[in-house]
Ligand binder design. Structure first.
Ligand code: AMP
Length: 197
């Protein structure tokens, strides 16, 4: 297929589980749909489980492309999504995260667990160290990340972090508020798909 290059590449970190509230699935689908609808590309961990699978499926269904990057060990456990437009099987978790960072124009964490936290903190840390200069967002669906945001402010009050480090995080309760903000901050614009022009 002769495809136009994507208008932007958004890296999504999110749960490999669905969580207990159906709203988490809805928001993952909304994010995927938004990416596809705006002629974007999803970069993610390549999994088919939980919210990860939902975002990928919704992106593809809305006409977007999906780049999945998965370590060999997870692929061997048959956790990879075989519908990805590009699936990269890499040797290590470190290689995966570096590639996800390089391939994306911006990053967003949706609700998730320990894997999502780790990825979000790493990309935020890399931003504050100047390893990249790409926007980092937290999708605070129904206040899921309120306590985490409070904790980072507490760390600032305790003198372990500067206010500017906190200010690097963009957060909003809905995808429709947060995603355009991240893409604009990356210096890109969202485009309608060619077949919608
Ligand atoms: P968690 O939030 O603990 O469910 O972990 C999700 C994050 O960790 C994702 O963004 C993935 O990059 C990675 N990850 C964890 N479990 C899997 C899995 N089963 N398949 C692929 N990636 C996973």
């Amino acid at each position: 297929m002769n495809r136009m290059p994507p208008a932007f590449s958004l890296c999504v970190y999110c749960g490999s589980r669905h969580g207990n509230d159906p709203v988490f699935t809805e928001v993952a689908q909304e994010v995927g749909h938004w990416i596809g609808e705006h002629a974007g590309q999803l970069v993610y961990g390549g999994g088919r489980n939980g919210l990860m699978g939902e975002v990928a499926q919704a992106t593809l269904a809305a006409g977007g492309s999906v780049v999945g990057i998965i370590p060999k060990a997870l692929q061997e456990r048959e956790w990879a999504h075989d519908g990805c437009s590009e699936l990269h099987v890499v040797e290590t978790m470190h290689e995966r995260k570096r590639m996800m960072m390089e391939r994306a124009d911006a990053f967003v964490a949706l609700p998730g667990g320990i894997g999502t936290f780790e990825e979000f903190f790493e990309v935020w840390t890399w931003r504050q160290l100047g390893y990249h200069n790409k926007p980092v967002g937290l999708l605070n669906t129904q206040g899921y990340y309120d306590n985490l945001l409070d904790f980072t402010r507490q760390s600032t009050s305790a003198g372990f972090m500067g206010e500017w480090q906190n200010e690097l995080i963009r957060s909003a309760p809905t995808a429709s508020e947060l995603l355009p903000l991240l893409i604009n901050e990356a210096g890109l614009s969202t485009a309608p798909r060619a077949d919608q022009l």
